[in-house]
Design a protein around this ligand. Sequence first.
Ligand code: OXT
Ligand code: ADP
Ligand code: MG
Length: 599
Amino acid sequence: MESVTVARKQSPTGATEAPATSSAPTNADAREETDGFHLLIDALKLNGIDTIFGLPGIPITDLTRKAQAAGLRVVSFRHEQNAGYAASIAGFLTQKPGICLTVSAPGFLNGLTALANATTNCFPMILISGSSEREIVDLQQGDYEEMDQLAIAKPLAKAAFRVLHAEDIGIGVARAIRAAVSGRPGGVYLDLPAKLFPQAMDAEAGRQSLIKVVDPAPRQIPAPEAVKRALDLLSNAKRPLIILGKGAAYAQADADIRALIEKTGIPYLPMAMAKGLLPDTHEQSAAAARSYVLPEADVVMLIGARLNWLLAHGKGKTWGGKSAKAWGGQKFVQVDISPIEADSNVRIDAPVVGDIGSCVKAMLDRIGANWPKPPSDWLSAIGERKSRNVAKMADTLAKNPTPMNFQSALNVVRDIVKANPDAYLVNEGANALDFTRSIVDMYKPRKRLDVGTWGVMGIGMGFCVAAAVVGNEQVIAIEGDSAFGFSGMELETICRYKLPVCIVILNNNGVYRGDETNWAGDVDGDPSPLVFVKNARYEKVIEAFGGVGLYATTPDELRKGMEEAVRSRKPTLINAVIDEKAGTESGRITSLNPTAKKT
Ligand code: OXT
Ligand code: ADP
Ligand code: MG
């Protein structure tokens, strides 16, 4: 279909706009028409999508302009991967698919890591990419940025669609939204070839073609017998434990989850991004006794958490198994929306399939005043381990070594987060990640945003932008110096949009630590692959964009800098100098390094 010139265009949602093309109308009775650009924008708006994260260029440059003109917030990044991470975490925070918009082949590929990461983490996101012409791509004739993007996206996405005709845009967007948020959320790819955008059609027919998705994430009510089976198991446990994962955080069933924990009296362990679902200071939190409760528990209920590597696959020594892969003897209840998650690693004795809100509600409805509270010897044994670990941590945090170490710097961050519980905490690195997770308490749900299931570096600045834009709160990012490097140029984006983001780089001069020499033993040769320029002045980078750069060598300097950043809400980067000998290989996951034990 050819593009048709009209005097004024009316978008299907009613907004009148300036003509998209410059030539005058050929006839005074020209019918109102719309085109692919406007249909896409209208389809997104109709479904309550108000923000696009992306990076302009052929063939979507005008789409970014027109979307902004039509009232969408278009947040333009310096690299698509960061826009993609922003979209994915916006999806996690809002339960609406986050939109990432990229150009064809290289831009698409740059966004693809984030799409795959979204699918892996169960974050709803839609990667929309412009693409080259089908007839040229399919004959492999060498079009501008030629690539069969749909085929490449498919294995990495929960679903992937291509739209060829303007009248199908409404369907394409509706399918993408449903796929992203229904059931287990994930990343969806939507391929829009360049020719689609200027395709014109009658405005009324265009309006009719759009779909406002009804009930995009339908509740999934668990079977009553599954709920009963789970509660029977749990109520007969001698040493019950609940593990809350990021699926529980995503579900936004905060009050009911808290009621379930408190009514049953069962100790719970939050996975990293479930910290704050109940305040970390809650007396039933067993986080400070993790290595005690996992092997000792007899019945474990997982709510929105998978038994993947982060939980040692539910077996082996972490769980009290006699050997690396042996079952520890626990019985498991698993509450999850995915019916095929159960039994993925160990036997699940009581799967409860449904959305977490409905499952938790169904459990609460059956839990009466006569619910048997967990035996007191179990609770007191946990309490003892907790106090021991908390006291140990308090000792470490009270020290004030020179140079700073991770703990003395994070002691400051812990106070600042406590004083600002609504702030988002973005966190990546290895030691910078692991120390922060255990030292910095969270007080509210969905405030801790981190490297997730893959332990991926690079989410930092994209997550910061999204949290500030859709969460509308102060953001604090605790970054390893290596981790920061993956998305550092987005400091410009943060400054451009004047976002209230305070980035603290825990700078130990390298990946894990900064004191390594090369293994060739050549003092004049190349540096070790794990180290960076010594004493790099990262704070100067943000100054280049008009932000505030600070250099902190003591906890006092760090505290003053963070307090001022939060007070002023100005984009701020604090280069916190950490002892370069302070870190350990891979933080707390040294054992996953294949040669760790040999070196
Ligand atoms: O019970 P015990 O006694 O064991 O004690 C535990 C708790 O009970 C206790 N605890 C507490 N005590 C007192 N009070 C409180 N409140 C409390 N809370 C807890 O503390 C301990 C620890 O508790 P935790 O953390 O809960 O338990 P544990 O055993 O650690 O949990 C296990 C895990 C597996 C759940 C946990 O360790 C975890 O979540 N780990 C995530 C690890 C992860 O994802 N790491 C990131 C990846 S590492 C590596 O891959 C890196 N790369 C490679 C790379 C990547 N990733 N991506 C890409 C795209 N390219 C390359 C790179 C390049 S990291 C990295 C950069 C590193 O350099 P940086 O400069 O950025 O960072 P630095 O290391 O700082 O230099
Ligand atoms: P964590 O890393 O915190 O352990 P995972 O990402 O491994 O968490 O697990 C999240 C789980 O939550 C996934 O198995 C996913 O299917 C599930 N999930 C996500 N959203 C919901 C929901 N609304 N209702 C039920 N389960 C959900
Ligand atoms: Mg480092």
